[in-house]
Design a binder for this molecule. Structure first.
Ligand code: PEP
Length: 255
């Protein structure tokens, strides 16, 4: 598997952490540590801090992403933020369908599809999250489920759209639990996702899509996970709030 056909992308999902002042401090600490990265680096602070983060990272190799995005352009959608609003702030990426959004905010495969479509139509790169619960893994339906999540999320996407899509494989049981999938488990599912992409768009397009692993990736386990042929990067929660740890993961992806 030739990994040079696609970009390694390390993205930090800060979740509901860091005030404006804390965001600025964390970015200040991170920028010098990430400046030598030989991979794409993305940080996803809380919505209210995106504009300031985009300003602070301007001219650096660190891009800014949102943790969510709404599918309509404007209107009566209290609490939501549109693609145009994000673009206007200098945001380049949008995480879509994170398991916490699915679990706590009733996100479905269908709304994930709508949100991802809105992101890509506006020129943002959508980081689409898929992954199974522990119960589903134990039932042996991981591959089937992830195939379905991926297919539904990509409904209506053309091969050209896929240049703006990243798939993040995030087993729900590994998120924020300190329990990481083994590198072989991550590889197995990431390879299955690439197979679905090949079925939908052909092998050449599939080989160009970045597939991340996410779920308790940290400074100690990143190198092994990222050494796998179909694991092209990481979506990092907890460790992305610690500059030295996030930098170690960036370095592991930069080889
Ligand atoms: C995540 O939030 O996407 C994530 C993978 O979190 P953590 O790294 O903390 O498991």
């Amino acid at each position: 598997m030739d990994k040079s056909k696609r970009k390694a992308v390390i993205a930090g999902n800060w979740k509901m952490n860091k005030t404006a002042a804390e965001t600025s401090v964390l970015i200040e600490e991170l920028l010098p540590l990430a400046s030598g990265a030989n991979c794409d680096v993305v940080i996803c602070p809380p919505m209210v801090n995106l504009g300031a983060a985009a300003q602070q990272t301007l001219g650096s190799n660190v891009a800014v992403g949102s943790q969510n995005i709404h599918f309509e352009q404007s209107g009566a959608y209290t609490g939501e933020v549109s693609a145009d609003m994000l673009l206007d702030l200098g945001v380049k990426y949008a995480i879509v369908g994170h398991s916490e959004r699915r679990q706590y905010f009733a996100e479905t495969d269908e709304t994930v599809n709508l949100r991802a479509k809105a992101a890509v139509a506006a020129g943002l790169t959508a980081i689409i999250c898929v992954g199974e619960s522990l119960e589903q893994r134990e039932q042996g339906v991981t591959e089937e489920l992830v195939r379905l999540q991926t297919k539904v999320a990509l409904g209506g996407f053309t091969a050209a759209d896929m240049q703006k899509v990243i798939i993040a494989y995030e087993p729900v049981w590994a998120i924020g639990t300190g329990r990481t999938a083994t590198a072989d488990q991550a590889e197995e599912v990431c390879a299955a996702i690439r197979k679905v992409l090949a079925e939908l768009y052909g092998q050449q397009v599939a080989d160009g899509v970045t597939i991340q692993y996410g779920g308790s990736m940290n400074a100690a386990n990143a190198a092994e996970l990222l050494s796998k042929p179909n694991v092209d990067g990481g979506l990092i929660g907890g460790a992305s709030l610690k500059p030295a740890d996030f930098a170690a993961i960036i370095n592991a992806a930069s080889v």
